[in-house]
Design a protein around this ligand. Structure first.
Ligand SMILES: *Cc1c(COP(=O)(O)O)cnc(C)c1O
Length: 387
């Protein structure tokens, strides 16, 4: 039988996460691949979701989202970033950041339009752009001074007459880069010059380390009016299974994205929305402790990977460490991660899966540290066998 899948999606077979998580399960390996925490979010937040269900929040909420959550998001934006978004018209609750990205790209891009994204990029970006019939223009982040960054000239060269939008993920998965104000100014300058819309994926906004500030692109002069800002409760509150996110943007953008979103899912689940509203108002102290714990876990994993012989890059945020495998005598991260369960009983993600041109990330492997200390310790003890 011929493949029933539409041609534009055929390049997106099984994701590397599915392959590697299945491998972890099959071989009983420690899974430092997929980025989800192995401990729960704040107990009071979980309790709120239970109460919401018991209290009858079990029917369709309004399309834009539960009013209480939109209000809480608006207050949070103002307190943290000094940005004002009207809860009625400038905030839209989505089924996670994933739907927010997909609906934004589908709403903003005509077939043939170009979207710039920094590679390595979160895997849903390329799929969303392909679904829209648009074209993804990657700009590569490369190591410089111990972190991954872009060459402003390369970014400038990627902009053309069909460029419609730029997807900006900071803190960045998988490199852990938190863009500096100077880097954001370069992006903002190009957006203004070429009338581009910025779609910002800020799901790790609270998870930055060593005091690195997260600066939303929308806070730069002139950017609020051309930015669709995306957040999610999943990473902030360690509830990745809740799939509750939101966009903040000027009203015409929210209306456009909602026009698409209403036919994808119409609305997002009610109980989680009520619980997340509570979380934004009462659990940011818990999030600050999570951030500090993650920073310590980052240091723990980095020390272990270095001792095992990898070259590691220090992430300023997120759940992930990039490791260069060449000092251990390997050259291909995909081949290594497929063998790693047999060699060491550990699963990681080959970073090349996040590139339009996999050879650019061939020698990098991504390890997740959002795991219990004992899990990290056991993984690094096993990885020491590689040397
Ligand atoms: C986890 C993640 C997402 C997905 O967020 P959901 O709210 O679970 O849909 C989006 N972007 C990045 C960069 C992520 O790491």
């Amino acid at each position: 039988m011929s493949d029933p899948l539409v041609a534009r999606m055929r390049a997106f077979g099984t994701t590397i996460f599915a392959e590697m998580s299945a491998l972890a399960l099959r071989t009983g390996s420690i899974n430092l691949g997929q980025g989800f925490p192995d401990t729960d979010g704040p107990p009071a937040l979980l309790e709120r979701a239970v109460e919401a269900i018991r209290g009858g929040a079990n029917q369709y909420p309004p399309g834009p989202g539960v009013p209480d959550l939109r209000q809480a998001v608006s207050e949070h934006r103002r307190e943290h970033y000094g940005l004002h978004y009207d809860p009625d018209g400038e905030i839209l609750v989505t089924v996670g950041a994933t739907e927010a990205v997909a609906a934004s790209v589908l709403a903003l891009c005509e077939p043939g339009d170009e979207v710039i994204a920094f590679e390595p990029y979160y895997d849903s970006y390329a799929a969303s752009v392909a679904l829209a019939g648009a074209v993804l223009r990657p700009v590569t982040l490369r190591p410089a001074g111990g972190r991954f960054t872009f060459d402003p000239a390369e970014l400038r060269a990627a902009v053309g007459p069909r460029t419609r939008a730029i997807l900006v993920n900071s803190p960045h998965n998988p490199t852990g880069t938190v863009f500096t104000r100077e880097e954001l100014e370069t992006i903002a300058g190009l957006c203004a010059e070429h009338d581009l819309t910025a779609v910002t994926d800020e799901v790790y906004e609270h998870l930055t380390f060593d005091g690195a500030p997260h600066v939303p692109l929308a806070t730069l002069p002139g950017m609020r009016e051309r930015t669709v800002m995306i957040s999610s409760a999943g990473k902030t509150f360690s509830v990745t299974g809740w799939k509750t996110g939101w966009i903040c943007a000027p009203e015409p953008f929210v209306r456009a994205v909602q026009t698409v979103k209403q036919f994808l899912t119409f609305t997002a689940s009610a109980p989680w929305q009520l619980a997340v509203a509570y979380g934004l108002r009462h659990e940011l102290g818990w999030v600050a402790s999570l951030r500090d714990e993650l920073q310590a876990k980052r240091d723990r994993l980095m020390a272990g990977l270095s001792a095992a012989g990898f070259d590691v890059y220090r992430p300023a945020g997120t759940y992930f460490v990039q490791a260069d495998i060449r000092p251990l005598g390997f050259s291909d991260g995909l081949a290594l991660t497929r063998e790693l369960p047999a060699l060491a009983g550990v699963v990681a993600i080959p970073t090349q899966a996040f590139y339009a041109h996999p050879e650019r990330g061939r020698h990098f492997v991504r390890f997740a540290f959002c795991k219990q200390d004992a899990v990290i310790d056991e993984a690094v003890a096993r990885l020491r066998k590689l040397g």
